[in-house]
Design a binder for this molecule. Structure first.
Ligand code: GLY
Length: 478
């Protein structure tokens, strides 16, 4: 948990944000539902508890069965939760009181959870606007529908509050605050990155012929559990790196292949890291692998060098894919005018994802609130093109933004075949050259970056080795 003044100042800032988006005298209430226990296979054998990130951000309590209300007209606030009874004490031991939990986050008023339902019902009955965020979990979706009388499907739909549904005013207010990281958050992300560094170091050391991928994953995840909360998302580790989010780890490390490792850690305060490295399974890149690897490594560096206030991540994405296409043209994968290729989305064949996403308490920060609200706002429209259209962060860059820088090049046989069949490439792609790359796999290289007042800095105390020569040297010694 952070210092209580952090939560107090966030709620004050939220009141100001909401005041700018709602009408004085009838602003209503902002209601926040924390997450509850979720059964894995029976009640009492739950998934590991993870609090809702916006609840954590404003109310700090990292436990199930809490809720809160912020009155946007009177500025009164209340945290709702139940004190433990003797049954709980028998199984869980004595617990701090709800009042002391409220005090720890600067909230003087606390009430039992049943009072939350009554307070929401009273606001609804009085015709006051009830603002809530789109729920990520089904229990909270059903609970909000039950409390507000809005249909189950509508509580997930973001719209101006008078339309009934999740509140666009609240979504925009929360995004405005959570997008710009405070110093205390940057320190937490640095810690998550340090854990991520050791996690990936374990992966690189484990990348030896004959080792089972699952064995490497287990050791990496052990690092995150021994130093923090656990993984920030399900680990992606595969020699079939052309599958962007490959979660099968059943293969044995085989000389001549490439191993993509995309994984991150969550700190004990629930801030995320997210790194990707790609290793030659035999410890040395083949000429073919190195040619592609070096393009991706230079693209990662180029994107970092362009990341600063005064530009947008949209423009950084475009400059990076343009660079990659120029390099692929030099190797005869594509032919023709590179600017035209960028304009018609040829890069999507090689990199079907965007350059990066916002990061924070969620590895894709606030994706539950809606990707366009988070990564685009009112600044620009999402592209329909493959690759560009998957760019999750396109905004003008500001100090305090935390984003991933993750270019990649992949050879996806099914996609290549589809483009060839349907003529999607508009004559730019040399399929004869690509025919020799169907068993290549993919390469992705990712760092986490903070936008600073005069540029950017890579997060974490150490950078994972990335240059092909560094990788080969370190792998030869491990
Ligand atoms: N690193 C996984 C992702 O960004 O989706």
């Amino acid at each position: 948990m952070l210092e209580s003044k952090v939560y107090v100042s966030r709620r004050k800032a939220l009141l100001a944000q909401m005041a700018a988006r709602t009408a004085e005298g009838n602003r209503g209430v902002a209601v926040f539902l924390g997450n509850v226990d979720a059964a894995q296979n029976y009640r009492g054998n739950d998934y590991k508890f993870r609090q809702d990130s916006s609840f954590l951000y404003f109310w700090g309590v990292d436990e199930p069965w809490f809720a809160a209300i912020l009155d946007l007209d009177s500025a009164e606030e209340c945290l709702y939760g139940d004190d433990v009874d003797i049954d709980d004490i028998i199984w869980m031991g004595p617990q701090p009181s709800v009042a002391s939990k409220g005090e720890a986050v600067g909230c003087a008023r606390t009430q039992p959870l049943a009072e939350f339902d009554k307070a929401v019902a009273a606001a609804v009955a009085a015709g006051r606007p009830v603002h809530f965020l789109p729920p990520a979990r089904y229990y909270n979706q059903m609970k909000l529908a039950e409390l507000t009388g809005i249909s189950n499907a509508a509580v997930r739909k973001v719209a101006p509050v008078e339309a009934g549904g999740a509140s666009e005013e609240l979504v925009k207010s929360v995004v405005a605050l959570r997008l710009i990281k405070e110093q205390c958050e940057i320190e937490e992300i640095d810690k998550a990155c340090e854990i991520g560094y050791w996690m990936h170091t374990e992966a690189r050391r484990g990348c030896k012929p004959g080792v089972l991928e699952q064995d490497i994953v287990g050791r990496m995840e052990g690092v995150t559990l021994s130093k923090g909360w656990g993984v920030s998302f399900t680990t992606i580790l595969s020699q079939n790196g052309e599958t962007l989010h490959n979660h099968s780890h059943h293969q044995v490390i085989t000389p001549g292949r490439l191993l993509v490792v995309d994984a991150g850690a969550e700190s004990n305060t629930h801030y995320a890291s997210d790194f990707t490295r790609t290793y030659p399974c035999s410890g040395k890149f083949t000429t073919k692998q190195r040619e592609i690897y070096d393009i991706v490594e230079q693209a990662n560096e180029l994107a970092f060098s362009l990341t600063r206030p005064g530009t947008s991540y949209w423009d950084v994405h475009c400059a990076t894919v343009k660079f990659m296409l120029e390099q692929l043209k030099a190797l005869d994968f594509v032919r023709g005018d590179v600017d035209e290729m960028v304009a018609c989305g040829i890069s999507g064949l090689f990199m079907p994802h965007g350059l990066g996403h916002n990061m924070g308490m969620d590895v894709h920060d606030m994706e539950d609130l809606g990707e366009n609200y988070v990564g685009y706002g009112d600044e620009r429209q999402r592209s329909p093109l493959l690759g560009m259209g998957n760019l999750r962060m396109a905004r003008d860059l500001k100090p305090g933004h935390v984003i991933s820088d993750e270019p990649g090049i992949y050879f996806i046989p099914a996609l290549i075949e589809q483009w060839k069949r349907e003529g999607t490439d508009k004559g730019f792609v040399n399929y004869d050259k690509l025919a020799g790359y169907y068993d290549f796999g993919g390469i992705r290289l990712e760092d986490d970056v903070l936008v600073t007042p005069d540029g950017a800095r890579r997060l974490g105390p150490y950078r994972l080795p990335i240059k092909s020569s560094e990788i080969e040297e370190i792998m030869s010694k491990e």
